[in-house]
Design a binder for this molecule. Structure first.
Ligand SMILES: C[S@@+](CC[C@H](N)C(=O)[O-])C[C@H]1O[C@@H](n2cnc3c(N)ncnc32)[C@H](O)[C@@H]1O
Length: 329
């Protein structure tokens, strides 16, 4: 039996399909041992092996976000909420559970087409299901949404704030609990005005929050132009690209929406902040065909962090100083 089909407008279909690309790339890297993820294989099967630069890029992306989350856990312990925007088939909830974390609440949002597929896999898989904490044994289900006591996944268009507010309410989000928002390659697909409204709504409703955003940067140079053209040729409108021009535009996107502060680092800096033994380990997995290509890729992605309230304002990363920008020789 297949999960129920939902038919989004064709302009959204290309955006939705970016989840398949991301999931296949992550699975390729996991299979080679870049990082451990015992759960991704339940959502994505038999990937083709991706180029070493792609695998290393995805490693930096996943590791960079994980490092941010670890920093926040040091402040909040498990008494926090995570809201994963445009979650795709991300397995963070299960990876955290495996590490022994039981956070107050974890909510995932994506288009109904994507959440229906994710719900379907969760429902039919005992290992995924048993990690979902259920106090009274009850999991509430619809074709696109799943609610348990501390894990929720809901189908919603992030451009529709009323719907987002309703879905967060159904997911028992508490505006007073410290909250980590995650968006991994998501905001770039959302029209600037809609994104502004969404960030503003979050900023004015949550008392203590941090936003971790991974996406493109330096999009107005030649390499950026080629990246954008490739995506556009696949029918993917990059409606929010104007915030991806520089680290400054990434930061000001949040400050213009009344977030209290923001910082941003390109992936060269993030990669160099990963502990040296971990970098050495992954650098031994595969030889890079084109070291320069990886550097360029890293220069065109970034992680920005924004905050509301005081809890998270001292976030910093420690970038190791090196002669070459990347340890890829
Ligand atoms: C590149 S994928 C990334 C998936 C996941 N965050 C990851 O990194 O593995 C982008 C995701 O954002 C979702 N997305 C983009 N625009 C959205 C919107 N307006 N409403 C809901 N989801 C959206 C897509 O459906 C897709 O799953």
């Amino acid at each position: 039996m297949e999960p129920p089909a939902f038919h989004p407008p064709s302009c959204d279909e290309a955006v939705i399909s970016t989840n398949d690309d991301a999931s296949y790339c992550k699975r390729s890297a996991v299979k080679l041992g870049y990082w451990k993820d015992d759960f991704l294989g339940y959502f994505v099967r038999s990937p083709e092996r991706k180029a070493p630069e792609i695998n290393r890029g995805y490693f930096a992306r996943v590791k960079g976000i994980e490092m941010c989350i670890e920093k926040f856990f040091k402040k909040t312990g498990d008494k926090c909420q995570i809201i994963n925007l445009g979650c795709g088939f991300d397995t963070l909830y299960w990876r955290l559970r495996e590490m022994g974390h039981m956070i107050t609440n974890f909510v995932e949002l994506d288009f109904p087409t994507v959440t229906a597929r994710k719900c379907y896999q969760i429902k039919r898989n005992k290992i995924l299901l048993e990690k979902i904490h259920v106090e009274d044994g009850e999991v509430r289900l619809s074709p696109t949404d799943l609610h348990s006591s501390n894990y929720h996944i809901v189908g919603v268009d992030l451009r529709n704030i009323d719907e987002v507010a309703l879905k967060l309410q159904q997911s028992e989000i508490d505006f007073t609990v410290p909250t980590i928002f995650l968006a991994e390659c998501v905001l770039v697909y959302i029209e600037s005005q809609n994104c502004h409204n969404l960030l503003k709504w979050f900023g004015s409703n949550f008392k203590s929050a941090v936003f971790v955003n991974y996406e493109q940067v330096n999009m107005n140079d030649r390499f950026g132009e080629v990246m954008l053209n490739n995506l556009r040729q696949r029918g993917c409108s990059l409606a929010g690209v104007e915030s991806c021009i520089s680290l400054d535009t990434q930061i000001s996107r949040f400050l213009n929406c009344s977030w209290h502060g923001a910082r941003a680092w390109d992936m060269v800096q993030i990669y160099n902040s990963i502990p040296a033994p971990e970098r050495s380990r992954v650098e031994r997995i595969e030889m890079l065909d084109e070291a320069e290509l990886l550097t360029q890729l890293f220069q065109h992605y970034c992680i920005s962090v924004a905050w509301i309230g005081e809890l998270f304002q001292d976030i910093e990363i420690t970038v190791e100083k090196r002669l070459s920008s990347l340890n890829i020789d």
